[in-house]
Write a protein that binds this ligand. Structure first.
Ligand code: ADP
Ligand code: 5GP
Length: 267
């Protein structure tokens, strides 16, 4: 059985305008406080190292909360209910769809995953920014409803490394791993829908880049960002802008059998 058709997720998108807050009031009527947190969306093909990176970033960066998704898949490895995910049944997931609990939800690798509105509301109440680790379908939906969100794509250095990381993690049955690898080619082709691109080769470099992107976007919101101390960080963030860094992705795409579309700028 598939979940009921979403009512909220198919709502008409609010119009985009310069200086727009991350959450459009029209798209988020339940939110009460006027403070506007930044919303960071991080997506990547499975096994790229996104969860590892996100974990490091959450330890490093203050006032940044993680949106814990709901999923119908079973816990993996050392995952704990309420920490990595809320693990719920299909029936419970469908009930939540009907209650309009989700900002977005999608089927990924045969299971349902969804982002709860309540995380956005809580982040706003607490004056924190929010980080979403969601797939490319979910990211597209959130960007329609929250046009001010900042989107970041994490790519592996190449297909071989992705496969090695998935196998080394050793938490998925062979069939699941194969499916994740198969879907990686489709997912990686979505890189040009994102504002930023980070190729996760050396973990420390990727953490530094992700931290620079978040700090730079925070400065931009405050209208700050002219001090010399932040110059290098801003430059690093700029080098991760998709239009700037996309050429570095060409060999990565080729390793997945995907050709870069020349002359077709992304987001
Ligand atoms: P994802 O969340 O994208 O599915 P994970 O964060 O679970 O991926 O990482 C997959 C595997 O790769 C894990 O075993 C992790 O420790 C390892 N890993 C993550 N980033 C790196 C990196 N930069 N270099 C080497 N190994 C990494
Ligand atoms: P995993 O099973 O490896 O934890 O996650 C599989 C995929 O689902 C990843 O791409 C992850 O980003 C994505 N995902 C996790 N939570 C959500 C969510 O709430 N919504 C959507 N659309 N995707 C999610």
């Amino acid at each position: 059985m598939t979940p009921a058709t979403p009512s909220a997720a198919s709502a008409a998108p609010p119009p985009a305008s310069p200086g727009q807050p991350a959450f459009s009031p029209a798209a988020a009527p339940k939110v009460a406080s006027p403070a506007e947190p930044l919303l960071f969306i991080v997506s990547a093909p499975s096994g790229s190292g996104k969860s590892t990176l996100v974990r490091e970033i959450l330890r490093l960066i203050p006032d940044l909360e993680f949106s814990i998704s709901y999923t119908t898949r079973r816990p993996r490895g050392s995952e704990v209910n309420g920490r990595e995910y809320f693990f719920i049944s299909r029936e419970e997931f469908e009930k939540r769809i009907r209650s309009d609990d989700f900002l977005e939800y999608a089927e990924v690798f045969g299971y349902w995953y969804g982002t709860a509105w309540s995380f956005l509301e809580d982040a706003r109440r607490r004056g924190r920014d929010l980080l979403l680790d969601i797939d490319v379908q979910g990211a597209a939906k959130v960007l329609v409803r929250c046009p001010g969100a900042i989107s970041i794509f994490i790519a592996p250095p190449n297909r071989e490394t992705l496969e090695w990381r998935l196998r080394h993690r050793a938490q998925d049955p062979e069939a699941v791993m194969e499916r994740r690898l198969r879907d990686a080619s489709r997912e990686i082709a979505a890189y040009n829908k994102y504002q930023y691109l980070v190729i996760n080769d050396r973990l420390e470099d990727s953490v530094e880049r992700l931290a620079a992107i978040i700090a730079t976007e925070r400065e931009a919101r405050k209208g700050a960002g002219t001090d010399e101390s932040g110059r290098q960080r801003r430059e690093l963030a700029r080098s991760c802008r998709q239009q700037v860094s996309a050429p570095l992705l060409a060999p990565v795409l080729r390793s997945f059998g995907v050709e870069m579309e020349v002359g077709k700028p992304g987001a």
